[in-house]
Structures are given as C-alpha cells and as structure tokens.
Design a protein around this ligand. Structure first.
Ligand code: GFB
Length: 311
C-alpha cells in the first residue's frame, strides 16, 4: 500500500479496527476513510453499495463484526450469524463490484473443529464438528473466508483472510455478560479489590487453554499482510503459546493486586478445551508478535484505570 492510498477501515471504533487505525497512522497512511455505525448500517446492502460508489476505497480492512465472549455467542446465535453474514457479504461483494485493489477479511480461531489436533494448522479447517457455544459465529466467519477464496478464484480479486487467536487490548468490551475472558477478569478482580470482596467467581473449570494476542500486535500483522501476503489460503495470527484460564486468572490477579480467593462456577460452559494456532505460515512470511502477555495485561489494566477515572 502506498502511504497515499485510500484505505477503508470497516469497524474503526472496535477493538481491532481502532488498533488498525493506530498502526496505519503510525506508519504514515493518511488517506483513511471510515463511517460511524449511525451513518452506515453495514447490514444494508444498498447503503454499503452507495458508500463504495461514493468513496471508491483502494484497500479495505474488514474488521466490522458482531463479536462477544462465550456467553454472548451462546445466547444470541441468530444475531451472530445474521449480522456477520450480512456485514461481510455486503462489503466483500461491494469490494469486487467497485474494484478494490485488496481486501483483508478477519475471521477467528473458533472456525476450527472443537477437537482439532493442536497446534491448529490452516489446513484443518472443515475437518470436524465445531464448538457448539460459538457455532453460529464460526459458520459466518467460515463463509466469509470461503467467499474471499472464491472471489479470488473466479474473479481474480486480491482478497485475503487472517484468522486471529483470542484478542485483547484497549477499547475492549468490559461488559460482564458479553465480554471475552480477559477483560472480564480485569474488571472482576478490579471491582473485587475496590469493594474488598473475599472472593471472585469465574466461569467454567479454569482448565481450558487459550492463546492471547495483544490487539496492537494483531493490527501490525494485518498491515504487514496487506503489504506482503497474497495467497488463497487464510493465515493464522497468534503467538504460538497458550495458557490455562486458571493461570491467566492468577496473572491478572497479580497485575490488579487483588488478594482474595478465586472460585470457579462449573455450571458455566468451558467452551473449546484448547485452541492453539500453528503460526508457522505467519512466521515464514516474516512477521512475529512483540508484546508479551504480562506486558499487554499491564497496559490494558492501566488503560482501564484511566477510563474509570475519566467516567
Ligand atoms: O473468552 P471467552 O468468553 O470465549 O472464554 P472463548 C474463554 C474461557 O474463559 C471459557 C472462561 O472457558 C470461559 O468459561 N471464563 C472464566 C470466562 N471466567 C470468565 C468470565 O468471567 N467471562 C468470560 N467471558 N469467560 C470465544 C468465542 O470463545 O472466543 C468467540 O465465543 C470468539 O466466537 C472468541 O471466537 C475469540 O475463547 O471460549
């Protein structure tokens, strides 16, 4: 991408989109176009078509999506499949019609089979049944990456897909009903510390293993892929290391400085036992993450504290 190129970041206020904006700005990209949700409903095909007609972006980062943690995915599957299928189909098709030079679609590591061999290679897609708690979201994301593949095959579009592992960072969602585990734990431990609670209740058994990537690292990898990757197969993006929810909780507890007890509510779902990505393809293409989990959690907790003060 030329630094003068016109770039559309779909989902620019979200966790991923806002990180892409930071990385683009830092790297001297000045011609970025965005729309607020109130101005453009990406589920509306006509509105998306008109937006592309008017703005004619050359590059598109498709980071707009309906996302959430295990509880939200499990509770609102109709919304997760509808919103995501509509948003991504409208943008991918409009990018083809309006001759976008390159588009990068973002999926998720939950696209892989629940019982996939570990670490998960890109080739393991569609080799087994999905994890039920996020099946609706995963089906939508699989459709998106397959759509990019088929538009490349039939129309010659330079559309690529990236599959990030579990993400966290600033601008994350801290709502305890809809968030992912990492921001939920920051909030739970922080509030327990402030309110001098004896214990904090976490979901599931603590046994599942998850891989976490700081979202600024992800955004850096996406700009890298936009500039250097152009293949049909999607690329896994992660650190190549995972941690149990039990150990993650101890790490966050320490960063926050909470001294009480941790209790697990096993009536809540665990989700996939493990989803560690094989990041060989990403490393071979020349990119590796920089921010450690400890460093990332500390950054997010400091940001969270500032938000609390400014509220
Ligand atoms: O991050 P998370 O919500 O989603 O949960 P997934 C990860 C693990 O943390 C699960 C446990 O085993 C949860 O039971 N956990 C413990 C908690 N305490 C909490 C808590 O207070 N809040 C939350 N949220 N979890 C999502 C998918 O799966 O991963 C999405 O639902 C997406 O589709 C995303 O792919 C990356 O890692 O299980």
């Amino acid at each position: 991408m030329d630094t003068q190129a016109k770039i559309y970041v779909a989902g620019h206020t979200g966790l991923v989109g806002s990180a892409i904006m930071r990385v683009l700005n830092r790297n001297g990209y000045t011609h970025i176009c965005t729309r607020e949700r109130s101005q453009l409903d990406l589920r509306n095909q006509q509105a998306v078509h008109e937006f592309f007609e008017q703005e004619k972006p050359e590059y598109v980062f498709l980071a707009a999506a309906k996302v959430g943690g295990i509880h939200a995915n499990n509770t609102y599957p109709a919304e997760f499949i509808y919103d995501n299928l509509m948003i991504q189909s409208n943008i991918i098709h409009a990018a083809y019609v309006h001759k976008v030079k390159k588009l990068l679609f973002l999926g998720s590591s939950c696209i892989y089979p629940k019982m996939s061999p570990q670490p998960i290679k890109e080739e393991y897609l569609l080799t087994g049944l999905l994890e039920p708690t996020n099946e609706a979201y995963a089906i939508a994301k699989i459709a998106g990456l397959e759509m990019c593949k088929f538009y490349r095959r039939q129309y010659g579009c330079d559309f690529i897909s990236a599959m990030p592992t579990n993400l966290y960072g600033i601008n994350d969602n801290f709502d305890l009903n809809t968030s992912h585990v990492l921001p939920a734990l920051i909030r739970k431990f922080h509030e327990a510390k402030v309110n001098q609670q004896d214990e904090v209740v976490l979901w599931g058994t603590g046994k599942p293993l998850r891989e976490f990537l700081f979202v600024d690292d992800l955004a850096d990898s996406l700009v890298f892929l936009m500039n250097h990757y152009s293949e049909e197969i999607h690329v896994n993006i992660g650190t190549g290391e995972d941690i149990s929810i039990y150990d993650l909780a101890l790490t966050i507890q320490e960063v926050v400085g909470y001294k009480g007890k941790i209790v697990y509510d096993s009536s809540k779902p665990d989700g996939t036992p493990r989803k560690l990505l094989n990041v060989g393809r990403l490393h071979q293409s020349g990119w590796k993450h920089k921010i450690s989990l400890q460093e990332g959690i500390t950054t997010v907790y400091n940001w969270y504290l500032k938000q609390q003060i400014s509220q």
